[in-house]
Design a protein around this ligand. Sequence first.
Ligand SMILES: [Mg+2]
Length: 325
Amino acid sequence: MSQWPDIMIDQEDIHARALAAFLGLALGDALGATTEFMSPGEIRARYRVHRKIRGGGWLGIKPGRVTDDTEMSLAIARVVLLRGQWELKLVADSFVAWMKSKPIDIGSTVRKGIRHYMKSGELEVPYNEWDAGNGAAMRMAPVALFTLGDEREFKRCTLQQARLTHHHVLSDAACLCVGRMVQAAILGADINGLRELASSLVIKCPTFQFNNYRGQASGYVVDTMQTVFHYLFTTDSFEDCLVGVVNQGGDADTTGAIAGMIAGAFYGPEQLPRQWLKKLDKQVRKEIEYLSPRLVRLSPCAQQKTVTVYTEQRGVEMEERIEVI
Ligand SMILES: [Mg+2]
């Protein structure tokens, strides 16, 4: 059965959902920064339910401020747009510039990866069994947008951006899955389509199994993806999905960012809570609104009348033709 209820998809809808994916990432990051490293019990005791963008957290940030998840995604997006194409070295250079700007937060694997590039000039870190963190999956939004409808480019850019800092089979698999889910949702997939993609990840790497959620929301990419899947598939709105995810604590800004990009694309811009958008850092919001449509315009989806969409069912890759009107 097709995962695309409509085999025709509106150009305007693609742009709207793409923007909602990028804004959703920033909202999840800003919302989750408050509860990062807290336990669900600590969050309950302090806020009952944390559902407002209020800043604070261990970083003591202003309400609406975003962290590394959004900043690194913006860095990738700016470079792609500047050159009108994927240039990995420039992405690496932009990560260096970002690290030198003394960001408010930076993960240890990311720092190690950027340092490796600075020292060696190599655009891929060596395979490392400790690289199964979520720091590459959190920056998937720009790649998902500008490779919409171009499977080969999607895979190539996904793995290249990931391995600048993280080189691990579980990180690679999660990055591909996150990107695919964002793309599928932008192109109008229903919830079963997203579930198929999550299940296909589990078939390939059974450790991602998310049916009996254990409540672990750490920066280990398996915990992260299980948290995102659990709330994506047990809620029915953008807000409830994100509130569920960030109240799980742990690496809440990144689980929030990843859930935000998928749920943002899936539910579309009308479901992004107004109060959250109002609080989001104005510069960040403006830049995302500028970058998102321009990234989509670089993709085949904005240039061709029909595109091939790749999806997975029971772990098997499939393709479908979709007409863009
Ligand atoms: Mg962060």
